[in-house]
Design a protein around this ligand. Structure first.
Ligand SMILES: C[S@@+](CC[C@H](N)C(=O)[O-])C[C@H]1O[C@@H](n2cnc3c(N)ncnc32)[C@H](O)[C@@H]1O
Length: 246
C-alpha cells in the first residue's frame, strides 16, 4: 500500500469529529453498550483526539490506537487505558486479540495501491480483517466521506483516484490544493460504501449523515460531483443476516 509523506500527513492533525458527528457515534455506543464497559481499537487513529474523547466520556472503556504515521503517533498525549501502536492496519491482529468496538474514522479511503481495483480490494480486505477481530458482542463504527456523482454515481471516485494517484501530475495538483496528490485517495459514493461494507460481511445497523458540503461550480463540473457529505455507519458482524437466511 502507498503511504503519504509526513508533509501530507501533517494536515490530519485536526479534530474531524465535531459536536454533530460526536452525537452520531455516542448515540450508537450508549445504545449498544449502555453500561459503558467495552474495549476498542481506533484504526488510523492519528493524533488520538478521538480515542482520548472516548476514554474520557466512557471511563470504563480501554482502547488501542493503531496508525502507521510516526509523526501523528508522536502527537498523542499519554492517557491511562490507551495503548499506542505504530504500524499499518493490515498487521492489527498481531497486537489485538479481539475488541468490542472497532472505530475507523476516515481511514479506508487512504488504503491506496497502484490501481483502482487493488485499492478497492484493500478497503474490502481491511473491513474483513477488522470484522474478524470483533468480539461476540462487537460492532464496527465507520466515518467516511460520501462522494455521489452528478449523474453517474461512482464517477467522482474514479476521477479523483485517477488524478491523485498519478505521480506525474502531483506537483500541479498539489498547487491546486489536493493534499493526497502523488499518493492517491479513494472516496466512494454512498451506494458503493454500502456495497463494500456488505461485501465484507458486515450488516449496517444504522447510517446517519451530515449536511451536504458546498461545492464550487468548477469542481462540480470537473469532477462530476453531485452531493458530498460525511456519513457514519454502525455495523454488526452479520449474525442477523446469517440467521435470516437460515
Ligand atoms: C484522515 S486521517 C484520520 C485520522 C483520525 N482517524 C481522525 O479521525 O482524526 C487518516 C489517518 O489514517 C492513517 N493511515 C493511513 N494509512 C494507514 C495504514 N495503512 N495503517 C494505519 N494508519 C493509516 C493516517 O496516518 C492518518 O492518521
Amino acid at each position: 500500500m502507498r503511504k503519504l509523506a509526513d508533509s501530507q500527513i501533517a494536515a490530519f492533525d485536526t479534530e474531524y469529529v465535531d459536536a454533530n458527528r460526536w452525537k452520531m457515534v455516542a448515540a450508537c455506543i450508549t445504545k449498544y453498550f449502555p453500561e459503558g464497559d467495552f474495549s476498542f481499537v481506533d484504526l488510523g487513529g492519528g493524533n488520538g483526539l478521538f480515542t482520548d474523547r472516548i476514554l474520557r466520556e466512557f471511563p470504563w472503556s480501554r482502547g488501542v490506537l493503531i496508525d502507521n504515521s510516526e509523526y501523528l503517533i508522536g502527537l498523542n498525549r499519554p492517557v491511562p487505558r490507551k495503548v499506542l501502536i505504530c504500524d499499518s492496519i493490515e498487521n492489527t491482529a498481531r497486537y489485538v486479540g479481539s475488541a468490542d468496538i472497532i472505530f475507523c474514522n476516515w481511514l479506508l479511503h487512504h488504503l491506496v495501491s497502484d490501481t483502482y481495483g487493488a485499492t478497492r480490494m484493500n478497503i474490502t480486505n481491511a473491513l474483513r480483517m477488522a470484522k474478524s477481530l470483533l468480539s461476540e458482542r462487537g460492532y464496527f463504527s465507520i466515518f467516511e466521506n460520501m462522494y455521489d456523482g452528478l449523474y453517474f454515481d461512482n464517477l467522482p471516485s474514479r476521477l479523483i483516484f485517477g488524478l491523485t494517484a498519478n505521480r506525474t501530475m502531483a506537483p500541479v495538483l498539489r498547487r491546486l490544493g489536493a493534499n493526497t496528490a502523488g499518493c492517491g485517495v479513494c472516496f466512494l459514493s454512498r451506494e458503493k460504501w454500502d456495497e463494500t461494507v456488505k461485501q465484507a460481511g458486515l450488516t449496517i445497523e444504522s447510517y446517519t449523515d451530515d449536511d451536504p458540503w458546498p461545492i464550487a461550480f468548477y469542481r462540480r463540473a470537473l469532477l462530476h460531483l453531485g452531493n458530498i457529505r460525511v456519513g457514519h455507519y454502525w455495523c454488526g458482524k452479520g449474525v442477523r443476516d446469517l440467521k435470516a437466511s437460515e
